[in-house]
Design a protein around this ligand. Sequence first.
Ligand code: COI
Length: 360
Amino acid sequence: MSQINLEITVHSCAGGQCKQKPDENNLGFGQYFTDHMFTMRWNKDKGWYDPRIEPYGPFSLTPATLVFHYGQAIFEGMKAYRGADDKIYFFRPKNNFARMSRSAERICMPLLAEDLALQGLKSLVSLDQEWVPRAEGATLYIRPVMIAVEPNVGLRAALDYLFFIIACPVGAYYPEGFKPTKIYVEDKYVRAVPGGVGEAKTAANYAASVLAQKEAKDKGFSEVLWLDGVERRFIEEVGTSNIFFVLDGELITPPLQGSILPGITRDSVLQLARSWGGKVSERAVSIDEVMVAAADGRLQESFGTGTAAVISPIGELTYQGRTVQINKGEAGPMSRRLYDELQAIQFGRQPDPFGWRVTI
Ligand code: COI
């Protein structure tokens, strides 16, 4: 990645266009947006140019804009946390921008100017710092996005791109909060196949998951659990998260083999759990193994991990008409410990031995 030194232009909304802030105790997820956004553009001849912060507002794009036709779009999810000391922390933001560059490569977009994006992120959150919630458990969710903006309907990589960062104060992603969710094991649709784009954070992956998610929600489930796209046998991930199991005392998550999102929370959980000792494995785990272990009482816990979802305990799995309860439908001790320790690091409540926190 080459270093790009560009001055960020700032147009602040001070003087009239700033918005009223929502009630911090009733934020839901993804409904309110801060006063500003960061944008920068890329052109094949110029590279990255025109980094700026301006009031949050609409873009003007022609109907021929490539992203509308072939979906060249990638994104990231990250958060800013307000500590008890009133400092604002980011969690491993460089990992998000590095992953964005990897996603970009996979769908023929330019590598992100990662240092400039980090500078833009810090400037944006610094300007909008009053939007970082103080309410218990609430955070500022940050959404970096890159889209193809060249007007052209030929199928090829675009010659112009727009990168932007927007931010929204949020509460818990699932209305259940830390209460265990009910998950539907999907055996009709698949999310990703070997050689596809499953490990890239492309908008297309999420668009392809919406129908299964809707059908599961209509049946009363919170999310779907995806099986591998070839045999529909091995566990991949949950709708918005990676998945973990505690089985016979072993903490297990499926390995990154190309079709699973390489989650930053997933990696943090693996590092935390390994630092505590005990058996931690990244290995293939089949749905049959999980259902048998649940029936035998050996499946002690399961939980999803993600930036939005944090640690989200799973209380029930339903597969081919059979439902198993996990830990009597309650959050287990491993989920609780991971949630508490991760949040304590993220909110600056305890030392950060891994060097994950970044202040503005
Ligand atoms: C995140 O956890 O940040 C994600 O990007 C998932 C999204 C569907 C909310």
